[in-house]
Design a protein around this ligand. Structure first.
Ligand code: NAI
Ligand code: BAL
Length: 499
């Protein structure tokens, strides 16, 4: 695990930072074409950190033209694989060297706890980029079985110019999930971070240039979704969009594509993920620990958060007591204090949305077991409601905050039916000591990732993405992520008659 500094040391780093403010296009920092800016605020303190460029459609046009020119020039797309790999490995070294700076920047920008930024996000970014970099010179193309009169090669080519549109909940990690495989595949990228959390993306773009990524290959265009996101989605010269965020906005990208150049669209969207705990679950302490992590990690601002506990009645009371005990250990407070597990929500607007569910819960008659409180500075305490029916709003809507709904069931069959009764299908967990039942559940749960006797998202080697309205078109992570930034070409060679 990375070494942690003290709260005072992190505060000192924050005080010394010069937060980035401009977009990074064609190898240089640039203001918006019309000089527009968006204020960036630390959600924990309410203090303004900086202003970022509110880029325009002209800026997107310039970024896409730069990405296209770089792609066609072959400066990256045709670079020798070992050289491309070397540059991405150099980037990981620079990210590690600047690890504390990036972690602090991420924490003050997003409200995420520094503990997570230092021990999870930055190491995962390094691991993701190095894993995809290592893949570059280990993938082979194929030949098809077409007989001796011809040779048919099936080769993968980079898809071209990729638009990547990011959410605010894991800003630098989602950047790595999109940037690493697309650059490894040889594409050029125009990336739009969320307006709330753009700072680490700009710094990574600077570090990528320092590592040797040629100008125009990796561009960061900051600004609003309505302007920059939509311009990327509708652009006639963007070959593919990869998006993580809400289902509402994901749907827009499908429309943008249909209305423009039928660009490929890969969507990683919302979730209302079930943690199913059956009567025969073993080691309730560990189960409780996992349920708490599923619900409250990253303040519940997580597409795969286990926000519905579907528990069989025989184990419910014992489990709830342990869940409450574990949840009380999760301290909420200053994100720069490394002893806190929960920081601030990303901004006041989102804080208002999450805390509205406290009123909804009251109106719907749910029983508050713990939390239900907020604190100035966009803090929301870990909250658990019992007596929730799966048809209730708390169980159906993505709250994206630290709010766990408890739904009681009487049988395995009911548990699976309730778990699947959602428009989403991103992740699911099942806890049982019965191996056959666990595998039957894993087959029956309609979700892109099912974890057994644990909560998690897999790792870089396993694909991540959703069934139903949680996803479309592909997967993040693993070799499948690499493949989705390529397209297949058949090259058929007639070999003539045998000489
Ligand atoms: N699946 C996930 O990981 C995420 C889910 N969400 C969910 O979405 C809810 C709303 O959060 P938002 O920040 O509004 O998410 P969003 O999906 O609107 O934002 C994600 C990205 O899309 C961009 N965007 C927004 N509107 C756009 C448009 N019309 N055209 C093109 N791009 C656009 C944003 O600027 C941002 O970069 C959250 O409360 C949460 O429930 C939010 C972020 C991540
Ligand atoms: N948890 C990684 C993906 C996401 O929350 O958007």
């Amino acid at each position: 695990m990375a070494d942690l500094l003290t709260q005072d040391e992190y505060k000192a780093i924050a005080a010394q930072l010069t937060p980035p403010s401009m977009s990074f296009i064609n190898g240089s920092l640039r203001p918006a074409s019309d000089g527009g800016t968006i204020a960036v605020t630390n959600p924990a303190t309410g203090e303004k950190i900086t202003e970022i460029a509110a880029c325009t459609t002209e800026d997107v046009d310039y970024a896409v033209a730069s990405a296209r020119a770089a792609f066609e020039s072959g400066s990256w797309s045709k670079m020798h694989p070992s050289e491309r790999k070397g540059i991405l490995i150099k980037l990981t070294q620079l990210i590690e060297q600047h690890g504390d700076e990036l972690a602090v920047l991420e924490s003050i920008d997003s409200g995420k706890p520094i503990f997570d930024c230092v021990t999870i996000d930055i190491p995962e970014v390094v691991h993701t980029i190095s894993w995809h970099a290592e893949l570059i010179d280990k993938i082979y193309d194929q030949t098809a079985p077409v007989g001796s009169g011809a040779m048919a090669m099936v080769v993968r080519e980079p898809v071209g110019v990729v638009g990547a549109v990011l959410p605010w909940n894991f800003p630098i990690l989602m950047l790595a999930w999109k940037m690493a495989p697309s650059l490894a595949a040889g594409c050029s990228v125009v990336l739009k971070p969320a307006a709330q959390t753009s700072l680490t993306a700009i710094r990574v773009a600077e570090l990528a240039a320092e590592a040797g990524v040629p100008a125009g290959v990796f561009n960061v265009v900051t600004g609003s979704g309505r302007v920059v996101g939509e311009a990327i989605g509708r652009h006639m010269d963007v070959d593919m969009v990869t998006f993580t965020g809400s289902t509402v906005t994901g749907r827009r990208f499908l429309n943008y594509s249909a209305d423009s150049n039928i660009k490929e669209v890969v969507l990683e969207l919302g979730g209302k993920n079930p943690c199913v705990v059956l009567d025969d679950a073993e080691d309730l302490d560990t189960v409780a620990e996992q349920v708490v992590a599923a619900a409250f990690w990253n303040m519940g601002e997580n597409c795969s958060a286990g926000s519905r506990l579907i528990v069989q009645e025989g184990v419910k009371e014992a489990l709830l007591a342990k869940i409450v005990a574990h949840a009380k250990e999760w301290k909420t407070g200053d994100p720069l204090d490394p002893s806190n597990q929960l920081g601030a929500l990303v901004d006041k607007g989102h804080f208002d949305k999450v805390t509205e569910y406290f009123d909804i819960a009251k109106e719907d008659g749910h029983r508050l077991i713990m939390g239900g409180e907020s604190v100035d500075g966009c803090y929301v305490l870990p909250t658990i409601y019992d007596d929730v029916k799966n048809s209730d709003r708390l169980a159906q809507e993505e709250i994206f905050g630290p709010v766990l709904s408890v739904i009681t069931v009487s049988s395995y069959e009911e548990a699976i039916a309730v778990a699947n009764d959602t428009e989403y299908g991103l992740a699911a967990s099942v806890f049982t000591a019965n191996a056959r039942k666990s595998m039957r559940a894993a087959q029956a749960l309609r979700a892109g990732t099912v974890t057994v006797n644990c909560f998690g998202e897999g790792d870089i080697t396993t694909p991540f993405g959703g069934y139903k309205q949680s996803g479309f078109g592909g997967r993040d992570n693993s070799i499948h992520a690499h493949d989705q930034f390529t397209q297949l070409k058949t090259i058929w060679v007639d070999l003539g008659d045998e000489a």
